[in-house]
Design a protein around this ligand. Structure first.
Ligand code: SF4
Ligand code: SF4
Length: 90
């Protein structure tokens, strides 16, 4: 059983500097235009399924503490009636 994690951006803190976008090894994040009332663009989690979750480079590099990698659920692995391993998210 493992917790699933995903990056979350607090939009009022993001200055759209792009540091997290550049450092992410899996290209999960991108700057999207017309999302922020002051800066225009904002960091968004464009491909959450590609996040390797444990590296947290995005969280570490953000100078404004605007991005966090948080638990979003629990992944449960079990054997079904045919003896096959099955993984489900809850
Ligand atoms: S590093 Fe922080 S402030 Fe910069 S784009 Fe990413 S979330 Fe926004
Ligand atoms: S935790 Fe790692 S892989 Fe996931 S978005 Fe942040 S930098 Fe990218």
């Amino acid at each position: 059983m493992a917790a699933q994690q995903t990056p979350v951006v607090v939009n009022r803190l993001c200055t759209s500097c792009g540091l997290c976008v550049d450092i992410c090894p899996k290209n999960v994040l991108e700057l999207t235009e017309n999302l922020h009332v002051w800066t225009g663009s904002m960091c968004t989690v464009a491909r959450p399924e590609d996040c390797v979750r444990k590296c947290r480079f995005c969280e570490a590099i953000c100078p404004h503490f605007a991005i966090s990698v948080v638990d979003v659920g629990v992944e449960v692995a079990f054997q079904d009636s045919h003896g096959q391993m099955v993984t489900k998210s809850r």
